[in-house]
Design a protein around this ligand. Structure first.
Ligand SMILES: N[C@@H](CCC(=O)N[C@@H](CS)C(=O)NCC(=O)O)C(=O)O
Length: 121
């Protein structure tokens, strides 16, 4: 993966140098695009995996407002986030740009009564 801040210079068809966002910068932007951000398979109305579905239900039941991104729609983000956060699976839940965890952790937090407070500190 390219390092953050490294601008990718690309020669366009017209010979003009354009600057493209690196993958790392894109991932940083995406994980912070909502205070609570869920990277999942499918979308909250139609999850395409049981683990993603469980996290969506937990967030909805706790009344947490969240943004989401369907990693099945973007292979670069799917594989990139695994390396970026050193976390090999989805769903991945972020709060203020930091990884909270996957399905097991989210369900544990809910059982402990700590999900809502973790996502609103
Ligand atoms: N124990 C995991 C279960 C999640 C999981 O195993 N996800 C798999 C199957 S949906 C996954 O994302 N595999 C990698 C991939 O599909 O890219 C959790 O707590 O989130």
């Amino acid at each position: 993966m390219q390092k953050s801040g490294e601008l990718r210079k690309v020669l366009s068809e017209k010979g003009v140098i354009i600057q493209k966002e690196t993958l790392e910068d894109r991932l940083k932007r995406l994980v912070s695009s909502s205070p609570v951000m869920l990277f999942m398979k499918g979308n909250p109305d139609a999850p395409k995996c049981g683990f993603s579905s469980k996290v969506v239900n937990a967030l909805k039941e706790e009344g947490v407002t969240f943004g989401s991104f369907d990693i099945l729609s973007d292979e670069e983000v799917r594989q990139g986030l695994k390396a970026f956060s050193n976390w090999p699976t989805f769903p991945q839940l972020y709060y203020k740009g930091e990884l909270v965890g996957g399905c097991d952790i989210v369900l544990e937090l809910r059982t402990d009564g700590a999900l809502k407070s973790t996502l609103s500190e």
